[in-house]
Write a protein that binds this ligand. Sequence first.
Ligand code: BDR
Ligand code: CA
Length: 310
Amino acid sequence: MDKRKIILDCDPGHDDAVAIMMAAVHPSLDLRAVTVVAGNQTLEKTSINALNVCQALDIDVPVYAGCGRPMIREKMTAADIHGATGLDGPVFAPLTRKLEEKHAVQFLIDELMASDGDITVVTTGPMTNLGMAMRMEPKIIGKIKEVVFMGGAYTNGNVTPAAEFNIIADADAAYVVFTSGVKLTMCGLDITRKVLCYPQIVERMEKIGNRASKLFADLMGHFCKSQKEVFGWEGGPLHDPTTIAYLIDPSVLTVKHVHGEVDIRSTESYGRTNCDMFGYQKKEPNMYVAENVDAEKFWDIVESCLKMYS
Ligand code: BDR
Ligand code: CA
């Protein structure tokens, strides 16, 4: 089986960490690199978190740090959910793994330009690195096989009624990516709110009894606690791994080909992803938007990935 080459651009983040764990281990995926961006926490912290996850599970992929702030607006973080470190919960051994020297944006450009057009870029944080790379070297657009991203919502947001975190945190970068013409698949809150990590799920994964399942349980312990404190929910949506689950088994999502735009002009609805799910505007579809998720299948995929660790 040909492995699908992917670059995971993320801002770990509890759910990003699980996405890294899945992407690194599944035999159908060839994780070329992890690129990091500021989002859930500062770039310094999200970079350390990515390295910690890789070190804890002997994930041998290069990690590149990218942009530490959005293209234009002021930086925002999600410390209420992910804690002061951005990955509160697990206790990691002293960090010996190091970041690559190249900037993540330059790495994206170099890697994509040298490729045969067979690399899928997965983003699970603000799209700053990818948007910057597209502006610096527009030729990469024709080299990207597909962008699969966690972000947006065609229903309600989670930062404002209109906007989801990854998009509002750098709506200008999302605008660049959405208007680039690249093939896009959006895993938005509409489906991630259907994969809630209840305590029973944590227990199920913990029973696997390996390093990965222990890390999953430590991560989700904090994640679920903060979801309860902030939103009053028993189980938090495991947003980011939906992208990886989809690449492993596309039948986990049902998607619709529609026209989608990011609102970067209004005040109240700034950062909203306007997805024309009913085709009212008669505009050319430019993205596949996930409409539904098979939650049972999703948790089976997560479990099968965790089981692959020793
Ligand atoms: C997204 O925001 C972050 O807090 C999560 O890691 C996820 O990528 C959900 O809105
Ligand atoms: Ca994220």
